[in-house]
Ligand binder design. Structure first.
Ligand code: ZN
Length: 434
């Protein structure tokens, strides 16, 4: 007998809720609430879970994960429902990282008056035209600083200086990121989302006394995040069920464990940022798992499954019930920043060139793959310090590309399966050269 019984597309039961999960005000609310935050790309909304006041009070912690999600959205070049633009990131060195991990220097002009009445101009600029414009725009500011009007000769001197300047473009090296993280609010936001997912499919538990403590923490900040946060892992993976391995997915898993006597939730934002939360103690029902996911900007489609376990005494979650340390959380943040900016952003740019190469070819052949290898080597040059390009190209062919060529030779490039296999090959290959 299979140990797991999987029920797909279980029905929404939120219409059983007649009053707000948190404060008891009658439902439905006039304003709809996202299940997965719109800042993470969530689109599904419902007015069946919480009242307008509670909804409104949450808006202040809605963007609490923005320091994390900005990297993922920037690297993979997508945005949330309410974002005007793909997020760009400011660094401490006066750079802005524009979408796709492209750092550009922030324009800035400093005028330092010298004792002899002359002045020194220091500029941080991307191009001569920008310099010319910015300096002439700031003529008034400069004149105020030096306490007199600029002479025509001085203006000419400035123009001459710009004409002779070298402008540096490109990566500034290691970027210093300044971020403010608030773990208490992060865990409140995570708990809030997990409670909403629970309420959609199991409103009885979501409203019961069992989950009152976590609801009070999520809504009213009662208690400390350290009481609810845990470090944990699970042997169950749900990505296989929907065949979705992606940074473009938000998901929630609720583990009801008789063995542990607890209900534990795990929230994953954009496939990467994970928070484990204890939702209830003293759980005595059967072992089961609820999995809920929403693809980013999918038009509101919520995939969900309920998993019943036929065997007893399986610890659904491995945990020592200890919260992660602050150091650990901070390190996770920096690792996310580093990997997304240093590897994933260049890789997503490689993907764009890959897609445009596809449009120039019709079938899989040596010419097409040679072009892709060249693009891939350009990507490798950014993330590693490889030197011998020919040798690297040779290694790429020998690592399995030759096999792919013979397997798919002369087949249509438009075949999605072939494209996926190629991209999988190139993404796994990164490890070999890092
Ligand atoms: Zn309420």
């Amino acid at each position: 007998m299979e140990p797991l019984e999987i029920e797909k597309n279980i029905p929404f039961k939120s219409n059983l809720l007649t009053s707000c999960l948190y404060c008891g005000t009658s439902l439905p609310a006039t304003k709809a609430e996202h299940i997965f935050n719109s800042c993470w790309g969530g689109t599904h909304k419902t007015s069946r879970l919480i009242c307008d006041t509670c909804n409104e009070d949450y808006s202040c912690i809605d963007s609490i994960f923005a320091p994390y999600t900005q990297f993922i959205m920037n690297a993979w070049q997508f945005k949330g429902e309410r974002h005007q633009e793909i997020p760009s990131i400011s660094t401490e060195e006066g750079y802005t990282i524009e979408k796709g991990g492209r750092p550009v220097i922030n324009p800035k002009v400093d005028v330092i008056p010298l004792d002899d009445g002359r002045m020194k101009i220091k500029a941080n600029l991307r191009s001569k035209s920008q310099a010319r414009k910015l300096i002439l725009d700031e003529k008034d500011v400069i004149e105020e600083k030096i306490g007199r009007e600029l002479t025509e000769a001085e203006l000419e001197e400035i123009r001459e200086e710009i004409r002779n300047s070298e402008f540096v473009t490109g990566a500034p090296g290691i970027l210093k990121i300044n971020a403010q993280l608030c773990f208490d609010d992060e865990y409140r936001s995570a708990a809030h989302t997990l409670i909403k997912c629970l309420a959609c499919f199991d409103p009885e538990t979501a409203k019961s006394d069992l989950t009152k403590t976590i609801r009070d923490f999520a809504r009213y900040s009662h208690g400390d995040w350290l009481e609810f946060a845990i470090e944990a892992s699970s042997i169950f993976s749900f990505e296989d069920i929907f065949n979705t391995y992606s940074h473009h997915i938000n998901s929630a898993v609720i583990y009801y464990s008789e063995f542990l006597g607890k209900i534990i939730g795990s929230l994953t934002i954009l496939g990467r940022i994970k928070r484990w939360v204890i939702l209830a103690h003293n759980y005595t029902g059967p072992d089961r798992i609820l999995y809920v996911q929403e693809k980013v900007r999918s038009g509101g489609v919520i995939d969900r499954v309920k998993v019943n376990l036929r065997e007893k005494n399986i610890p659904l979650v491995q945990t020592e019930f200890k919260p992660p340390s602050i150091n650990q959380l901070v390190n996770e943040f920096y690792l996310l920043a580093k990997i997304t900016m240093e590897i994933e952003a260049p890789f997503s740019n490689f993907l764009s060139s890959f897609k445009s190469a596809i449009t120039r070819h019709t079938v899989i052949n040596e010419y097409f793959l040679k072009e892709i290898v060249e693009l891939y080597v350009e990507f490798l040059k950014i993330i590693t310090n490889i030197e011998n390009v020919e040798e690297i190209e040779q290694q790429i062919w020998e690592s399995g590309l030759s096999d792919i060529l013979s397997k798919f030779h002369d087949m249509e490039i438009n075949e999605i399966k072939i494209q996926e296999e190629l991209l999988f090959f190139f993404s796994v290959l990164i490890e070999k050269f890092r």
